[in-house]
Design a protein around this ligand. Structure first.
Ligand SMILES: *Cc1c(COP(=O)(O)O)cnc(C)c1O
Length: 253
């Protein structure tokens, strides 16, 4: 059964209104993904990561019940609490997608399956040390997947926003690949604000081709959010990070 049909039928088979809403939203997002894949002529289908930031652990539980396994979060404190609250749910994989301070690496390495936002050597060292420790202490038994976040703004302002200068990708990739419990997975980017996303995603795809020429396993492209899923699929995204269009408008805070 395809995702759209499966989530529609899950929506019909639940008594819980919120679960029904999530199932219908998932069906709609998967329908967009199917259409975008078809329009792009791709043979593969990107993976959907559902971004649950600002929404409670109960929603993660509902998503799990619907079969969702890939969960995205952008703040350690919130993610750690939800990972603890849902710890008994098997096979959930936490994707850390936000800016990360080095002093949070230790916490993130305990629960995260992957970090999409590695953008500097110091953070990679901290993640390497934290993951060694997490393995030693029995918090994890698999390597931490790491994606290099690149800043696609051109020209590149030096304003401390997340993302590495694309020129630094080779060194950062070597640093990740050379760290025992880190596994270099690929690249991540957010489309620059106020620009057409397509040219930025096209550039990301070129950067990804260069990276995977040097590191053949590092083929992941994490790109595409609720509003720019289609161009991301067109330019080869292998992981989509969708929040709003599954969970709804984020609560104010
Ligand atoms: C919040 C967030 C998303 C999801 O964005 P939506 O517009 O809610 O789909 C994706 N990527 C990152 C890095 C985010 O912080």
């Amino acid at each position: 059964m395809d995702y759209v049909t499966a989530f529609r039928s899950a929506a019909e088979n639940t008594e819980d209104p919120r679960t029904r809403q999530l199932a219908l939203n998932l069906a709609a997002v998967h329908q967009r993904i199917d259409a975008a894949v078809e329009a792009s002529g791709r043979q593969d289908r990107p993976e959907l990561i559902v971004v649950t930031k600002y929404f409670p652990a109960e929603d993660v539980q509902r998503l799990h019940q619907l079969g969702v396994r890939e969960i995205g979060e952008n703040k350690d404190q919130e993610a750690a609490a939800k990972a603890a609250a849902t710890g008994s749910l098997t096979q959930l994989r936490w994707h850390f997608i936000g800016q990360l301070q080095t002093n949070k690496a230790k916490s993130v390495a305990r629960y995260a399956h992957s970090v999409h936002s590695a953008d500097r050597a110091k953070l990679i060292r901290a993640l390497g040390a934290a993951t060694d420790r997490a393995v030693e202490e029995g918090h994890r038994d698999s390597p931490l997947e790491v994606l290099i976040q690149v800043d696609l703004r051109d020209p590149l302002p030096d304003d401390g926003r997340g993302g590495a200068d694309p020129a630094q990708i080779p060194q950062l990739a070597e640093a990740i690949a050379g760290t025992e419990h880190l596994q270099l997975a690929g690249l991540m980017a957010v489309a620059p604000l106020g620009e057409e996303p397509a040219p930025a995603f096209a550039r990301l795809q070129e950067l990804s081709a260069e990276l995977s020429a040097a590191h053949p396993q590092a083929t992941a492209i994490s790109a595409g959010m609720s509003q720019d899923l289609e161009p991301a699929v067109q330019y080869g995204a292998t992981r989509l990070r969708i929040g709003r269009d599954v969970l709804g408008e984020r609560p104010q805070h």
